[in-house]
Design a protein around this ligand. Structure first.
Ligand code: ZN
Length: 541
């Protein structure tokens, strides 16, 4: 790239001629940055401010080389502050760098390069080791991704201060755009055909990376409850994730949030972290520098985990079904330990069970072929086949009634003392669920006992495998239950929590209402939307 002599260039690839383009002081700082623990300003704020004051007349040429890239991008400006520090991925050095104007200094200087380093390290853990020698974040009006270099928004107020939303919006976009190195720059899916394969998978790992940045990170996409407002829209506003990108109405929720949320539900609630992470990593390993299609993701996740997930792909990716599991009814019972089952209470019934009064074989013996004397059976033609069982009369008297009644008699006897003690104080609950939304999900049941303690039972989604519409589940509990709540941690994206409770559960405000109340109380005003975040949502990144 041949540019004005006072410009600083950042590009896909490794620069081959810094010595020809940097001042001796800058080159010395670049050398120092190679082993630094903190970002080093290769071009300082003072130098950047000074460079803005005039324009060079000469030109300089910056030379870069890059391997294994499907695209490249570059940036050039005299305004740039440039900082750099190394990160290590499996012992291999990656120079992490940022380029930004003085207007972004208060945000980029402390956060950008460290976010780049955190992103490539975290993504390397969840996918494959970052294979490139550099990773760069350039301050720009919006977010866009290329191999080894990406463009991200984020500026301070004029006085250098910044809002929480500006900070986390910037961190989110840097993590996201740097993350695109993996999806789709390396795991090279077709963005135009299946945007969700890069945006959705990238948004998912972005979420994991944000969660590992700090435990207060206000992630917008990933948690199951954040997708319900989209999923409860009228079906005319929804299309399956498996829809060509150009035919999608709600691009952000459909191609970014919903696939990311689906993967998060798989990881947290269906497969578990260890199994999911292994399978997802295997997908990245198999398809790095190749061209995966959706089936390659689905198939790899299944055969690497040995778990049948067809039902999940079908529901979450191929349909517009939603999660709406209803707890329809609860039956409560205590054991009557002194009772004898009515089936066995009177001896007539008992005997009738012990001794079938109708010979079950009688009818069979009357079927036409057996009465037809014109038929010659094989056992007539070859009498050597007539063994004991051929001669055996299967009539009623042949039953071993002694044995039969002993078996039944044992279960009809009153309980022994040990069993009585075991069951006397138990509480039995039969829970009836119906699937109103179409998607099957694990049943996550929170029991609140009358003594105020709580317990959660997790029933895998396979409970629906023989009947997707209704499920009945029986539980035996030590303590009496005051109330039951389905999906208490909001992890299945259930769009209707109104039918998730039984018993004395006070109506709780949704998360949104809690947020609103808290914010209003704190600021004495309604919730504002950061214009930058709003613009980013509108444009998508
Ligand atoms: Zn993106």
């Amino acid at each position: 790239m041949t540019v004005p002599a006072d410009h600083i260039v950042g590009s896909t690839g490794e620069c081959q001629n810094y010595a020809a383009n940097l001042t001796p002081a800058q080159l010395a700082r670049w050398t120092k940055a190679q082993t630094a623990k903190e970002p080093v300003e290769v071009v300082t704020l003072a130098e950047a401010k000074k460079a803005e004051g005039s324009k060079a007349s000469g030109k300089k040429t910056w030379i870069y080389t890059a391997n294994n890239v499907r695209d490249f991008a570059w940036t050039s400006s005299r305004k740039f502050v440039w900082d750099a520090m190394p990160a290590y991925v499996e012992g291999k050095k990656v120079m992490c760098m940022s380029f930004y104007g003085k207007e972004a200094y208060g945000l980029y200087r402390p956060f950008s390069t460290k976010a780049v380093a955190h992103t490539i390290k975290t993504y390397s853990d969840f996918t494959i080791p970052y294979p490139y020698p550099v990773a760069q974040s350039v301050e720009a009006a919006n977010g866009m991704e290329y191999p080894m270099i990406c463009f991200n928004y984020g500026r301070t107020e004029k006085d250098g201060s910044y809002s929480e939303q500006s900070k986390y919006g910037m961190l989110g976009v840097i993590i996201h755009e740097v993350g695109h190195n993996f999806f789709p720059m390396i795991i090279n899916s077709d963005e135009r055909q299946w945007s969700w394969m890069d945006e959705g998978l990238n948004t998912f790992v972005e979420y994991l990376t944000e969660e590992l940045y700090d435990n207060k990170f206000p992630s917008r996409r990933g948690p199951a409850w954040t997708i319900t407002d989209y999923m409860k829209l009228d079906k005319s506003q929804l299309e399956p994730i498996m829809t060509n990108s150009e035919n999608i109405i709600g691009f952000g929720p459909n191609a970014y949030s919903k696939p990311a949320t689906g993967l998060n539900i798989l990881r947290e609630t269906i497969m578990g972290r260890e199994l999911f992470d292994y399978a997802f990593k295997e997908y990245a390993r198999r398809w790095a520098f190749k061209h995966p299609t959706p089936a390659d993701l689905f198939r790899t996740m299944e055969d690497a985990s040995a778990e049948d997930l067809d039902w999940f792909w079908r529901g979450w990716f191929y349909s517009t079904d939603v999660t709406d599991i209803s707890l329809d009814s609860v039956k409560y019972a205590k054991a009557d330990v002194n009772a004898v089952s009515p089936r066995f209470r009177d001896t007539t019934v008992r005997q009738s069970l012990a001794r079938p009064q109708v010979n079950p074989f009688e009818d069979i013996s009357k079927i036409r072929n057996r009465e037809d004397k014109s038929i010659t059976f094989l056992t007539d033609k070859d009498t050597s086949l007539r063994d004991f069982y051929w001669r055996y009369d299967r009539g009623i008297e042949a039953y071993d009634t002694t044995r039969y009644s002993v078996v039944i008699g044992a279960s009809a006897e009153p309980l022994d003392e040990a069993s009585k003690q075991k069951f006397a104080n138990k509480h039995f609950y039969e829970l009836n669920f119906s699937n109103k939304g179409g998607l099957v999900m694990p049943l996550i049941i929170e029991w609140t006992y009358k003594d105020g303690t709580k317990e959660i039972d997790r029933i895998p989604a396979q409970v629906w495998r023989l009947n997707e519409a209704k499920v009945t589940k029986f539980f035996m509990k030590d303590k009496e239950v005051a109330s039951i709540k389905l999906d208490p941690l909001k992890e299945t994206a259930d769009i209707n929590e109104g039918n998730n409770s039984w018993g004395s559960v006070a109506a709780e405000p949704s998360r949104f209402q809690l947020f609103k109340q808290k914010t209003s109380a704190a600021r004495g005003q309604s919730v504002g939307v950061n214009p930058m975040q709003k613009a980013a949502e509108k444009k998508g990144f």
